[in-house]
Write a protein that binds this ligand. Structure first.
Ligand SMILES: [Zn+2]
Length: 232
């Protein structure tokens, strides 16, 4: 049986659950923060344990308590590399297709075909942009491949083997933001770190990179949360 108590640790509400366990554990759920502790650990030690993990806990709490992203529906405005497409729910089609400034998606299942359309656009558009920056970087740092990613929290990556990954949701961002992430990852072909020398490479590739970098900091989460999956 566990014994429950409520703690307030520097304004952070924590439910304390004591039991026969041996170690202290911290858990974040949408309902809040819980600390699991052995019966004999004193409260001061628990408070210290929570304080040391406050940043981590607050970050995860904020992520869990964000409202669920909206579901796609007819008339939804979809950003696409600085343009705006209006989503139309259309019967009798099997995949999403762009018609002028509209994106037509199969009625009744809008999200998956829309996502598939964005991914195919990303595959069409992204490699040439990365290759452009790789050419500007010079021959000593070859770009082996450009792939799409669907990571939860990063926009791109670059491996020592020269594989650059760019998140498909960058196709929801303004074109300059896609360029910035491509240049950022390609610059890692020369410097696999974030040293001043690395940032000098980025600046050579894209002198005005700070504007889209800032845009992504402010708006990136909104791109990740643009719409939710259907049917779950
Ligand atoms: Zn980086």
């Amino acid at each position: 049986m566990s014994v429950l108590a409520n703690l307030s640790v520097g304004g952070l509400a924590v439910t304390l659950r004591r039991s026969e366990r041996r170690s202290i554990g911290l858990k974040v759920t949408p309902a809040g923060l819980s600390v699991y502790a052995p019966r004999r650990v004193d409260e001061a030690r628990l408070r210290q344990f929570i304080e040391e993990r406050r940043n981590w806990a607050e970050r995860h709490l904020a992520a869990m308590q964000r409202p669920a992203p909206p579901m796609l529906q007819d008339g939804f405005h979809l950003p696409y590399l600085g343009q705006t497409l209006t989503l139309r729910s259309v019967s009798g089609i099997r995949r999403a297709v762009r018609v002028a400034d509209e994106l037509h998606a199969p009625e009744g299942r809008l999200a998956a075909p829309t996502e598939a359309w964005y991914k195919s656009e990303a595959l069409r558009v992204f490699p040439a942009i990365a290759e452009h920056y790789a050419a500007a970087l010079g021959r000593g740092h070859p770009l082996a491949a450009v792939r799409l990613s669907n990571a939860a929290s990063r926009w791109g990556s670059c491996t020592a083997a020269g594989v650059v990954r760019l998140h498909w949701r960058l196709s929801l961002a303004p074109l300059s933001v896609l360029h910035y992430v491509a240049a950022h990852e390609v610059a890692h072909l020369a410097e696999l770190n974030h040293s001043p020398r690395y940032w000098a490479e980025v600046e050579k590739l894209m002198p005005e990179y700070r504007v889209p970098q800032r845009w992504l900091k402010v708006n990136g989460q909104a791109l990740m949360d643009m719409w939710g999956a259907e049917g779950f």
